[in-house]
Design a protein around this ligand. Structure first.
Ligand SMILES: [Ca+2]
Ligand SMILES: [Ca+2]
Ligand SMILES: [Ca+2]
Length: 252
């Protein structure tokens, strides 16, 4: 008779391998940053998909850095890679159902500082723009020069989400298609010989109340710190599809 705790041999082997890789892969902190590159391709530009796993409901800050110039066109190599690139970040939240991205799973978008971030407030997601009457409270902490770099606080119900980072603008139809159709990077006006084949960005994630762990494209957010082994084992199990996913909509 099989023990109820028996693991399939292949899963056990994979789990042991992942546990062995913990020291290499694991990052956990209340403030951390991830980075990426958006590329120009023939039909438009690519976009990146970050997987947010909310183990508990809670809030954290998202601060984008992408546009290496200010509104007057003054430039700065903010990520220190020796080149200037000009991503005008356009970021979108979707529910992660475990199925391919669908337009019906769209939740919210945030484009620029003090633009459209504060309009979203429901039981699943609330966005609070960082802009206040006294200035951009968190948005420039990462070095941002331009209001094209959004920064906001997001409050999410427990569950799985997709956070898409694209160049302005990515419609749900384009997101489903997998390409930001017809898009090109926009350098400051008058800028000579801009880099147009790619653009870099970083996302600074921070919270005074939640623990944030990153592992590849996965961002796991929890109200309590967990031992390193638990973080990675949980994300590995999620990757194997062993955790039940809620198939029902999160919005009432
Ligand atoms: Ca740069
Ligand atoms: Ca910023
Ligand atoms: Ca923007």
């Amino acid at each position: 008779m099989q023990s109820p705790f028996a693991l399939k041999p292949s899963l056990l082997a994979a789990s042991l391998l992942l546990l062995a890789l913990i020291p290499l892969a694991h990052v956990q902190a209340n403030t951390t940053a991830v980075s990426g590159t958006i590329n120009k391709i023939g039909a438009g530009t690519t976009f990146d998909t970050w997987h947010i796993h909310m183990l508990n409901a809670g809030s954290f800050n998202i601060d984008l850095l992408g546009y290496e110039a200010n509104a007057a066109g003054a430039t700065a190599d903010l990520n220190g890679d020796g080149e200037l690139t000009f991503l005008d970040p356009e970021t979108n939240f979707y529910k992660d159902t475990g199925n391919p991205l669908a337009a019906a799973d769209f939740l919210a978008r945030c484009d620029d500082v003090n633009n459209n971030c504060s309009a979203v407030n429901n039981a699943t997601i609330k966005l609070t723009d960082s802009y206040t009457s006294t200035g951009n409270s968190i948005g420039s902490a990462d070095g941002s020069l331009h209001k094209r770099d959004p920064s906001f606080t997001v409050t999410l119900a427990a569950g799985d989400y997709l956070y898409l980072v694209a160049d302005y603008r990515l419609t749900p139809t384009e997101a489903v298609s997998g390409i930001n159709g017809g898009d090109a990077f926009s350098s400051p006006s008058g800028f000579v010989n801009p880099v147009t084949d790619h653009a870099d960005y970083s996302i600074t994630l921070s919270s005074a109340t939640m623990n944030i762990a990153t592992n590849g494209q996965n961002i796991t957010v929890s109200s309590v710190p967990l031992p390193a082994a638990v973080w990675l084992f949980a994300s590995a199990l999620a990757g194997f599809g062993l955790f039940g996913r809620k198939k029902t909509g999160l919005i009432a």
